[in-house]
Design a protein around this ligand. Structure first.
Ligand code: MG
Length: 452
C-alpha cells in the first residue's frame, strides 16, 4: 500500500494533503493511465472544498486529453452508476465519506463502476510520483459535458425494484450530505411517507457529523420515537452506507443492515456467493447458511472486496459498516439500494424492523486497541503468528482465531499507529473472555518487540 492511498482512496485535510495541486496532478496522471484519451465521470459531495478540487482535477484531465462528464454534486453510488452507464473509461468521486467537514478526498473507479483495485492505485501513484504524466497538444485537449446523472440513476433504480406493499413512515437523516438529492425522493416514489432530518445540502454538516455512529444519531432516534415512525435511515456523507433505527429508537448496526438487506436481495438466487471481510460479524455466516450459499472472507477494505468479486464472482458483498454492494445492480456500495431492500423486506413480510432484526442471532462484540508504532507492526504480527500457530488462524489480514462459540481478530490498523482486537460470541462473558485473551497476547508481543 502506498502512503497516498488509504483503505479506500485518498483522504486528508483540505489545502493541506488534499489541495488543488494534488488534484490537478492526479487528473493528469489518470489521463496518462488512460493513454490520454477517453471520458472520465467526475462527481463530488457537498463539502466546502469539493468544487475547488473538482475544478483542479477536471483541469488536469482536460490537459491530459480526456473528456470530462461533469455530474456535479451526487452521492458516490450515482458516480459509480454513471461511470458505467454513460460508458466512461473511469470515474472520480471527490469525497471524504464519513470524515469531518475539514477533510476531503478522491476515490477512483474503473469502467465497470467498481473502485480501483490496489494494482490500479499503484499504477496511478507510479505515474504521479514519477512525474510521468503526459500532456497533449492544444488541438487534442479534452472537452466537458454536463448531464443529469441523479435523474438517470433514480429512474434506473425505480425500474429495478417494485413499489412497497404498504406505506411506512420513514425518517431520513442524510447528515446534509449527498444523499439529500436521492434518498427522500426515491423512498417517496416507492410509497413511503417520508420525513426528513438534516436533508438540506450543507458542507458544514450543521445538524450532525457525517459518520453515522450511534452518538451522532440521537436526533434521528428521538424523531423516530416522537413521530411514531416505522424506521429511521441514516447515511454517511456520500450515501454509500446506511445505518438504521428501529421503531423503538434502537440502532440497527451496520452488520445487521448488511444481513437484512442481503436476505431480501438474495431471496430468489440459488446458492448465493457472499464476499465480506475477516472483520465482519458471524451473522453473515448464518445468512449464507440460511440461504444455502457460501461466504468468502477477504482483507479489510473495498479494493480487496472488489478484487475478490471481480475475480471469482459474488451476488453480494459488504462490510460491517453498513456498506453493501449488490453486484448485479452496481459494483459499488449503495446506501439507497440498501435502504430500499430493507423496507421491501419489512412490507413484504409485514414485520417491524425490530422483529426482522430479532430473526438474526444476537452476537456480542468487543472492540479494543493497543498503541503500536507503525514500524513495529510487522514484527508484532510475526510474533503473534508464532504464538497462535497451533490454533490455525485465518491469516489474510492479521490473525482471525475461530473458537467453538466465537472468534477474535488481531490486526494492525491501516491508518493509525494502533493494533486492533475485536471479539464476537453469543454471550457477553465469552466475548469479554476472548477480547482479553487477544489483548493479553497483543500487549505481550508489543512489549517483546519493543525490548528486542
Ligand atoms: Mg461513504
Amino acid at each position: 500500500m502506498t502512503d497516498l492511498f488509504g483503505t479506500f482512496g485518498i483522504r486528508g485535510v483540505t489545502n493541506e494533503k488534499v489541495n488543488p495541486e494534488l488534484a490537478m496532478k492526479l487528473g493528469q496522471a489518470l489521463a496518462t493511465h488512460l493513454d490520454n484519451e477517453g471520458k472520465v465521470a467526475v462527481g463530488y459531495d457537498p463539502r466546502t472544498s469539493s468544487e475547488m478540487i473538482e475544478s483542479a482535477i477536471t483541469s488536469g484531465l482536460l490537459s491530459g486529453g480526456c473528456d470530462v462528464l461533469r455530474l456535479g454534486m451526487v452521492p458516490t453510488p450515482v458516480l459509480s452508476f454513471s461511470t458505467k452507464n454513460y460508458s466512461c473509461d473511469a470515474g472520480i468521486m471527490i469525497t471524504a465519506s464519513h470524515n469531518p467537514p475539514q477533510y476531503n478526498g478522491m476515490k477512483f473507479w474503473d469502467e465497470e463502476g467498481a473502485g480501483f483495485i490496489r494494482d490500479k492505485e499503484d499504477e496511478l501513484v507510479e505515474i504521479y510520483s514519477g512525474d510521468k504524466s503526459e500532456q497533449v497538444g492544444w488541438n487534442e485537449l479534452g472537452k466537458t459535458e454536463e448531464v443529469d446523472a441523479v435523474k438517470k440513476y433514480k429512474n434506473s433504480l425505480l425500474e429495478k425494484v417494485s413499489e412497497f406493499d404498504e406505506e411506512l413512515k420513514v425518517v431520513v437523516d442524510c447528515a446534509s450530505g449527498a444523499g439529500c438529492v436521492t434518498t427522500p425522493y426515491i423512498l417517496r416514489e416507492l410509497g413511503c411517507h417520508v420525513v426528513t432530518l438534516n436533508s438540506q445540502v450543507d458542507g458544514h454538516f450543521p445538524g450532525r457529523l457525517p459518520e453515522p455512529t450511534s452518538e451522532h444519531l440521537g436526533d434521528l432516534k428521538n424523531a423516530v420515537k416522537s413521530m411514531e415512525a416505522d424506521l429511521g435511515i441514516a447515511h454517511d456523507g456520500d450515501a454509500d452506507r446506511t445505518i438504521m433505527v428501529d421503531e423503538n429508537g434502537e440502532i440497527v448496526s451496520g452488520d445487521r443492515v448488511f444481513a437484512l438487506a442481503g436476505i431480501n436481495y438474495l431471496k430468489d438466487i440459488d446458492n448465493p456467493r457472499i464476499v465480506t471481510t475477516v472483520a465482519t460479524s458471524s451473522v453473515m455466516d448464518d445468512v449464507a447458511e440460511q440461504l444455502d450459499g457460501e461466504i468468502e472472507r477477504t482483507k479489510v477494505g473495498e479494493p480487496e472486496l472488489v478484487e475478490e468479486y471481480k475475480k471469482n464472482g459474488a451476488d453480494l458483498a459488504g462490510e460491517e459498516n453498513g456498506g453493501v454492494i449488490f453486484t448485479d445492480w452496481a459494483m459499488a456500495r449503495d446506501g439507497m439500494m440498501t435502504a430500499v431492500q430493507i423496507i421491501d423486506y419489512m412490507t413484504r413480510t409485514g414485520k417491524t424492523l425490530s422483529e426482522l432484526s430479532d430473526t438474526l442471532p444476537d452476537y456480542k462484540q468487543r472492540k479494543r486497541k493497543a498503541e503500536c508504532p507503525n514500524e513495529l507492526k510487522q514484527d508484532v504480527l510475526a510474533d503473534l503468528t508464532k504464538k497462535f500457530e497451533d490454533e490455525n488462524p485465518i491469516t489474510k489480514d492479521g490473525l482471525r482465531i475461530e473458537v467453538e462459540d466465537g472468534w477474535y481478530i488481531l490486526r494492525p490498523s491501516g491508518t493509525e499507529p494502533v493494533f486492533r482486537c475485536f471479539s464476537e460470541a453469543k454471550t457477553d462473558e465469552k466475548s469479554e473472555e476472548l477480547v482479553r485473551k487477544g489483548m493479553d497476547a497483543l500487549r505481550d508481543s508489543i512489549e517483546k518487540v519493543k525490548n528486542s
